[in-house]
Ligand binder design. Structure first.
Ligand code: T3D
Length: 269
């Protein structure tokens, strides 16, 4: 991991890697630099065996306002070519790998949504395993207003979570989804007062970081696959994953702790 980042803050504490998007003056809008740094921080989570849970949040009053439109404007001003923003390359090289990494990281990834998550910022939050929202959180596609297509996986991920009608309303009408509605629609599992967001998420992350990480990682693999698999295939895949989980030290420890009526000490192995 580079020693210094300019657009995010990264902190590792007791097995929890926290990434704070840190451009609060532009509501943490995403730049290529931020994409590169976010990718590097997530690679650290993948490689550093001490990391057992990841939290992504935003500095200031927003989670992330999506692609930095000032940068887009400048690019257009400097180049009359309609393709001046090479979105395809940007997505393939910078942003899509972030979504893939969040989905395949073998540990829980929590979005602590502390305000608006718009455009690519919403995609980022949707890709996380858990979205814990402060009451000021809100989700907005924002793509329709600027003539773009929802991307970074959000057409698939949201459709599967909340169904076609609601997804179409958000994406075609460009509605903003409040935190309360996100809870009612099942897009978030927990809504807390803004001032309690940090402590709620850090408590949850600490708890997850002390759980059997291999088992949680394999559970995530099962859930990823379940989205597309036929039941017959999923049953076989679960058997395969369970065979792996059954060979972990944490499984042994969990069974022993249960028998000995004590708290388990999981090591993530
Ligand atoms: O590679 C790709 O796929 C590219 C595709 C991009 C994917 C996308 O993300 S497209 C969507 C891009 N995002 C947007 O269109 C959202 C634009 N922002 C807004 O609609 C609003 O700012 C919000 C609804 C997010 C929040 O509204 P509000 O009223 O709470 O805040 P504000 O006053 O509009 O914004 C505060 C400041 O943040 C303001 O700066 P200023 O005037 O105080 O100096 C504003 O310009 C700045 N800001 C907000 N969003 C962006 C931004 N600066 C740059 N880029 C932004 N996206």
């Amino acid at each position: 991991m580079p020693a210094t980042f300019s657009t995010i803050q990264v902190d590792i504490d007791n097995g929890v890697l926290t990434i704070t998007l840190d451009r609060p003056d532009s509501l943490n809008a995403l730049t290529e630099q931020m994409g590169t740094e976010l990718g590097a921080a997530l690679r650290t989570a993948e490689r550093d065996k001490s990391v057992r849970c990841v939290v992504i949040t935003g500095a200031g009053r927003a989670f992330c306002a999506g692609q930095d439109l000032r940068v887009v404007r400048e690019r257009f001003a400097a180049d009359e070519n309609p393709g001046a923003m090479d979105y395809g390359t940007l997505l393939r090289q910078r942003y899509n790998p972030i979504i893939n990494r969040i989905r395949t990281l073998e540990m829980p990834v929590i979005a602590a949504v502390n305000g608006i998550a718009a455009g690519a910022g919403a995609s980022l939050a949707f890709a996380c395993d858990l979205r814990i929202c402060g009451k000021s959180a809100a989700f907005k596609s924002a793509f329709a207003e600027i003539g773009l297509v929802p991307d970074m996986g959000m057409t698939q991920i949201l459709l599967r979570q909340i169904g076609y009608a609601r997804t179409a309303e958000l994406y075609l009408l460009g509605e903003t989804l409040s935190a309360e509605d996100a809870l009612a629609w099942g897009l978030t599992s927990r809504l807390v007062d803004d001032e309690h967001l940090e402590t709620t998420v850090s408590g949850m992350a600490a708890r997850l970081a002390n759980m059997p990480t291999r088992g949680l990682g394999l559970t995530k693999r099962a859930l990823n696959r379940a989205w597309t698999a036929a039941l017959e295939d999923q049953l076989e895949y679960e058997a395969f994953l369970q065979d792996t989980a059954g060979r972990t030290a944490d499984h042994r420890e969990g069974v022993a702790a249960y028998a000995e009526k004590r708290a388990a000490k999981f090591t993530g192995k």
